[in-house]
Design a protein around this ligand. Structure first.
Ligand SMILES: CC(C)(COP(=O)(O)OP(=O)(O)OC[C@H]1O[C@@H](n2cnc3c(N)ncnc32)[C@H](O)[C@@H]1OP(=O)(O)O)[C@@H](O)C(=O)NCCC(=O)NCCS
Length: 153
């Protein structure tokens, strides 16, 4: 599975649609466009534009996954893993030595994916998801040093 890198804001609408198919609290086109316009922010999109995407911010030798979404119909085909691998590769190219992310403590699919790729828990954030129904959910902070240790093409 190939991925393509995108940065211009005209992709924000497609990314917002993908995001809405994966999250109850979806991000608007405007919000995603604003993120894409920030320095160091880039997206990797699954080939075909309808499978999923990852949005990353890289700055000061570190990078952070802002969101990762694979549409329900496209899951368990390696797309999420390929997107993370592409994002880590790109982040390293532009100077990042480590990739961080936050994941909900009940989000077992995402945690399984990240751990399989070599990410490890390095901290916790209480009250990170300050939303109805999720107010008690902690965010786990995961990190991996780059290059990604467990990725074979
Ligand atoms: C988490 C998510 C991105 C995974 O995408 P994906 O394309 O299905 O992931 P992959 O196919 O690359 O899966 C790689 C491995 O992760 C683990 N994994 C993925 N989904 C899993 C699930 N539902 N249950 C258990 N393990 C899972 C498995 O080890 C899997 O390998 P396998 O299929 O050979 O068993 C996708 O489920 C998603 O978009 N979820 C909703 C949004 C979300 O939670 N984003 C992350 C926020 S931090």
């Amino acid at each position: 599975m190939k991925t393509v890198l995108v940065t211009p804001s005209h992709d924000a609408e497609a990314l917002a649609r993908l995001h809405a198919s994966c999250f109850a609290e979806s991000w608007s086109t405007e919000w995603i466009g604003r993120l894409l316009a920030q320095p160091g922010v880039f997206a990797c999109l699954a080939e075909g534009n309808d499978g999923g995407f990852v949005l990353v911010r890289a700055a000061g030798g570190e990078a952070e996954i802002l969101t990762l979404a694979v549409t329900p119909a496209a899951r368990r085909r390696g797309i999420g893993s390929a997107l993370i691998a592409a994002a880590c590769g790109r982040a390293q190219e532009i100077g990042a030595r480590a990739m961080f992310l936050e994941v909900g403590q009940t989000n077992e699919p995402a945690q399984a994916l990240y751990k399989r790729l070599g990410f490890r828990e390095v901290g916790r954030r209480r009250g990170y998801y300050n939303k109805p129904g999720r107010s008690n959910e902690e965010a786990l902070v995961f990190c991996v040093e780059l290059p990604l240790p467990r990725w074979e093409t």
